[in-house]
Ligand binder design. Structure first.
Ligand code: SAM
Length: 262
């Protein structure tokens, strides 16, 4: 990134997200299982768009997937590569690319993007969905997250949370004309360090994303509410069905290329 907003963030990013990422395969396996899709390393390679510090990409590689992790930030990739150097994994590569202008050969069975599409404005998101369609195999599956407008407004109104070794505060200014927010994150670590990070965040309601997906070719879109803890009933995750998913929560969306309607 010419102006790498993750330069300083990369130094402590894992302290912030570690609780979500470490040991939580639920981010991929459960939504797929819930919607009746397969989670199969033999189906083909997996692409992680906006792989950041690489935890999910490395997790998939450890599961046996052939993984490509793409990110624009050299500082985030540096952390990812340092982690990788401590592993004995040959089935993963990290590439510095803009996900809006991807230069990759098609043939992915899965594309997963976690906590990244909020960086994209609608025009960029439109291009990314088109890239995803082009890069997926005919049976391929795309899975990604959006921050809903409501979720963004909540963050702008102010959130304060205690994490393992720091306090996280978020506050910002929401612009209802284009559903963006300029968020200021503050991290106050127990050891005295403190950081502030300012991010422009694009909020997307599910109804706004679906036409962009449809334009790319994805027509049968399933949404998964991951804002609440997962509850299991007889081993099956109980989640909010897509039809009643509110517009008010962060949402993970899943679509399979083969599910397109003619
Ligand atoms: C919040 S981090 C998420 C990282 C990782 N997926 C995770 O869940 O921890 C967002 C990432 O998206 C990357 N990113 C933002 N815009 C991008 C773009 N246009 N192309 C590639 N990466 C981008 C940032 O550099 C950053 O690493």
């Amino acid at each position: 990134m010419s102006n790498d907003i993750y330069q300083e963030f990369s130094l402590f990013y894992d302290d912030f997200t570690g609780r979500y990422v470490s040991g939580t395969p639920i981010f991929f396996e459960i939504p797929l299982q819930f919607f009746g899709y397969t989670y199969d390393k033999d189906a083909g390679p997996l692409l992680d768009l906006g792989c950041g510090t690489g935890d999910l990409a490395i997790y998939y590689a450890e599961q046996g997937f052939e993984v490509t992790g793409v990110d624009l930030s050299e500082s985030m990739l540096k952390v990812a590569r340092a982690k990788l150097s401590r592993k004995n994994l040959k089935n993963i590569r990290f590439l510095q690319q803009d996900i809006v202008e991807l230069d990759l050969e098609p043939g992915f069975a899965y594309i997963h993007s976690k906590s990244t599409f909020f960086h994209l404005n609608p025009e960029q998101l439109r291009k990314v969905f088109k890239n995803c369609w082009r890069l997926l195999k005919p049976e391929g599956i795309l899975m990604f997250e959006v921050i809903t407008t409501y979720g963004l407004q909540e963050s702008c109104n102010g959130i304060s949370r205690r994490h393992t070794n720091h306090i996280f505060n978020s506050k910002g200014i929401f612009n209802s004309l284009d559903n963006t927010g300029v968020l200021n994150y503050e991290f106050i670590f127990d050891d005295g360090r403190s950081y502030t990070v300012s991010l422009t965040v694009n909020g997307y309601n599910i109804r706004d994303v679906i036409p962009l997906l449809a334009e790319a070719g994805f027509r049968n879109v399933r949404a998964f509410d991951f804002s609440k803890p997962f509850v299991f009933k007889e081993g099956v995750p109980e989640v909010v069905p897509p039809s009643v998913l509110s517009e008010t929560t962060p949402a993970m969306m899943v679509c399979a290329k083969k599910d397109q309607q003619s």
